[in-house]
Design a binder for this molecule. Structure first.
Ligand code: NAD
Ligand code: DAU
Length: 351
């Protein structure tokens, strides 16, 4: 990991991972390639532990010339690939950007790694960060997703991630590219853009706005604190078997409505209002094709690499609510003036 290219390192998980890797690998230099879409911000990269070992490059992973140049000029030996369009609701309103970045962007990076490493793969790694959503939706009694569960993506987002996973594995089988993959469940924690459930609920609740619960709110996600995900990615990229996929999850699987109630009760304690925050919960029209339940079987990564989550959901959620309350300047700067309001109007006004 001497010269590591991190893609999407100005986004939520990427920015947490940049911090994690600077601490974990004191000899590494990180090249962080990010297009700074609405989801990425340099605000997420302030106060890094050792900024002299971090170089930010603004650019698109679909730009083959740029990616080839970065691989060659910086003698990149490791790629950790986060960059993606990541929000399911946005993929429903506009799937094109998801196919472009998630499929073509991943393809462009794979080609650049193949060309740059030119068959000499010793000491080289291409790690692809993916999602549990590629496996589809579980019924209440189905066993958790394992690495052998067949792919069954049901949103444009998860279909584009599934396509990228297939490409990554194809480059291993066809060209011997030294790849590893992780498929992870829902992350939460600092720097998550407030379009996703947890930060959206915190910010709306503090402002006394409605808390939009899709459908009956009995959907289930498998929540993992972001730092735990960073550790899992690091261990797999370093010590995982080439060509292999590892499932990563938190083992915390509340109904969405119960999770939102928990956020409300933390806020009742930290920021008491005239009425309990839970009174703001409002059921709205469901997400089309909404996956009902996700759950991850993490026995492979636990047995092979000794990874288990360190955070439980109570402490992780409290730390997250406190982080958002304490970082109102960050919130203001990442939301911008009009784009976020336009998104809220597009996604919620007609629900
Ligand atoms: P995010 O939306 O917060 O950040 C994505 C980052 O990628 C942003 O900084 C954005 O500017 C950048 N980006 C987007 N398009 C780009 C392009 N064409 N070129 C360069 N940079 C581009 O996403 P996240 O939640 O941090 O997710 C990161 C990765 O982890 C994604 O691949 C996602 O599929 C995967 N993942 C996310 C979760 C989760 O719960 N958030 C769970 C499992 C897997
Ligand atoms: O499972 C991993 C995935 O988790 C990642 O691959 C995605 O990048 C990430 O965005 C996340 O996808 P989800 O769709 O599960 O996350 P989101 O925060 O958008 O929604 C979580 C649940 O909350 C889901 O069941 C939909 C519901 N929801 C979401 C929003 C934004 C609501 O009920 N109301 C809302 O306003």
């Amino acid at each position: 990991m001497k010269n590591t290219l991190v893609t999407g390192g100005a986004g939520f998980i990427g920015a947490n991972f940049v911090r994690y890797l600077l601490n974990a690998e004191p000899g590494a230099h990180l090249y962080n390639l990010d297009a700074l879409t609405y989801a990425g911000s340099l605000e997420n990269l302030k106060d890094l532990p050792d900024p002299s070992r971090h170089t930010f490059i603004e650019g698109d992973i679909c730009d083959a010339e740029l990616v080839n140049r970065i691989m060659a000029e910086h003698a990149i030996d490791t790629v950790i690939h986060f960059a993606a369009e990541s929000h399911v609701d946005r993929s429903i309103h506009g799937p094109g950007a998801f196919v472009q970045t998630n499929v073509i962007g991943t393809f462009t990076l794979l080609e650049a790694a193949r060309a740059s490493w030119a068959g000499d793969f010793s000491g080289r790694r291409f790690h692809h960060v993916s999602t549990d959503e590629v496996f589809g939706s579980l019924s209440p009694t189905d066993p958790a997703f394992s690495e052998a569960t067949p792919y069954d993506p049901r949103s444009p987002y998860s279909a584009s991630k599934a396509a990228s996973d297939h490409l990554v594995r194809a480059y291993f089988h066809t060209y011997g590219l030294p790849v590893t993959l992780t498929n992870c469940s829902n992350n939460y924690g600092p720097f998550q853009f407030p379009e996703k459930l947890i930060p959206l609920m915190i910010l709306n609740a503090v402002q006394g706005k409605p808390l939009p619960i899709y459908g009956d709110g009995k959907q289930i996600r498998d929540w993992l604190y972001v730092e735990d995900h960073c550790e899992a990615i690091y261990l797999v990229a370093k010590n995982g078997k080439l060509g292999e996929t590892y499932n990563v999850g938190g083992g915390n699987q509340p109904y969405n409505i119960d999770l939102v109630r928990e956020i409300c009760s933390i806020l009742d304690e930290l920021r008491p209002a005239n009425a309990p925050h839970a009174a703001l919960m409002t059921h709205v029209q469901d997400r089309p094709g909404h996956d009902r339940r996700y759950a991850m079987d993490i026995s492979k990564i636990r047995q092979e690499l000794g990874w288990t989550p360190r955070y439980d959901i109570e402490s992780g959620m409290r730390a997250t609510v406190e982080w958002y309350l304490d970082h109102q300047d960050w919130v203001k700067s990442v939301l911008g003036d009009e784009a976020y309001a336009a998104w809220l109007e597009k996604n919620y006004a007609k629900r």
